[in-house]
Ligand binder design. Structure first.
Ligand code: UT7
Length: 319
């Protein structure tokens, strides 16, 4: 049988500070009603002192490695998807490696913003299939609260911080990633971007988004890539047990599910509690649905995401 990259374990980590819409409305000109109606978000977690992308990533990674029944020393590849690294360089993945006490492995960051976990997973899968990695730790971790413009109510209410991690390893028993499809279209840079960077302004910059236009692209592109990836896997929407989408807006999740004729109960939703955590949102939602027993051994799970770039993609796996 073909060597697939099977999902062996997941873990997640959230900052201590949970902030409800009502609490946010005390310092931003907004309301719980507006945020819930337009996005489905009710609360988000915001990183405090000492909590960073790498520290959250490390917490999530420890749990994922334990859930996989492995030791940190069994990991030979770490890919961390993030747009908010601890430092411009070195890669935050190497901070995670050091914190986990792993002497030697391959470790690097991937930048594809909200699609980052899908991009990272695709690289890990290719390396496992090729035999150049055995046990891969794939993490999505972000502290977007640190690149938000807290005077811009059209963006600052939408995002949160957190980390999700997954360990993948080789399997030849039918489990594993069955198909992945990724896309990028750099012409849409100005619809969702950060207005700074080391090579341009020399500053970190703040997030800027033209929300309505991003929304329109998200629904169309996600429905299209889901159709593509199912075709690659030789499946139809009827074969799906669970969809674990990027959690940007409950209305995007509903619209995408409707377009594909998927029952809303099959869509894992965490946007209400986490808000949009960019690269962390898919692995956080995946961990939630595995931990509470919804996703069971043998289930067909579809992961999908879309974000800045634009980048977008989807993956089908048998758990
Ligand atoms: O993760 C990457 C992918 N990101 C996304 O997928 C995000 C996609 N976009 C969205 O989720 C939605 O477009 C938003 C949630 C960002 C905005 O929802 P919308 O229904 O498109 O609202 P809008 O931008 O058209 O704004 C409607 C109104 C405006 O007022 P006027 O001009 O109609 O008087 C805004 O000023 O809502 C106002 N508004 C707010 N009011 C209260 C915008 N932000 C807020 C706010 N609180 N936080």
């Amino acid at each position: 049988m073909t060597r697939h990259a099977a999902l062996l374990g997941t873990g997640s980590a959230l900052p201590k500070n949970r902030v409800t819409n009502a609490e946010l409305a005390k310092r931003v000109d907004t309301s719980d009603e507006w945020i819930v109606e337009r996005t489905g978000i009710r609360a988000r977690y915001l990183a405090g002192e000492g909590e960073t992308t790498a520290s959250l990533a490390t917490d999530a990674a420890r749990k994922a490695i334990a859930a996989a029944g492995l030791e940190p020393s069994d990991i030979d590849l770490i890919i961390l998807a993030t747009a908010t690294p601890d430092q411009t360089f070195p890669a935050s993945a190497t901070k995670v490696q050091a914190a986990l006490g792993i002497d030697d492995c391959v470790a690097f960051d991937v930048g594809a913003v909200c699609s980052g976990f899908l991009y990272a997973l695709s690289v890990a899968e290719s390396m496992i299939r090729a035999g150049s990695a055995t046990n891969a730790l794939v993490i999505g971790a972000e502290t977007f609260s640190r690149i938000l413009d807290w005077d811009d109510r059209t963006t600052c209410v939408l995002f949160g911080d957190g980390a999700g991690a997954a360990v993948f390893g080789p399997a030849d028993d039918g489990r594993g990633i069955l198909a992945t499809k990724l896309h990028a279209d750099g012409r849409y840079n100005e619809l969702l971007y950060v207005d700074g960077g080391p090579s341009t302004t020399g500053t970190v910059g703040k997030l800027r988004m033209r929300g309505q236009e991003v929304f329109r692209h998200a629904v169309g592109k996600l429905a299209a890539v889901l159709t593509e990836v199912l075709e690659l896997a030789g499946m139809t929407a009827k074969d799906i047990d669970w969809v674990v989408p990027h959690q940007a807006n409950a209305r995007i999740l509903d619209a995408t599910a409707r377009k594909l004729g998927l029952a809303p109960e099959k869509v894992v939703v965490t946007v209400d509690q986490h808000a949009n955590t960019s690269a962390a949102s898919v692995p956080l939602a995946l961990d939630a649905a595995i931990s509470d027993g919804r996703i069971k051994a043998g289930d067909i799970v579809v992961l999908e995401a879309m974000g800045g770039g634009f980048t977008w993609g989807a993956s089908v796996l048998r758990y």
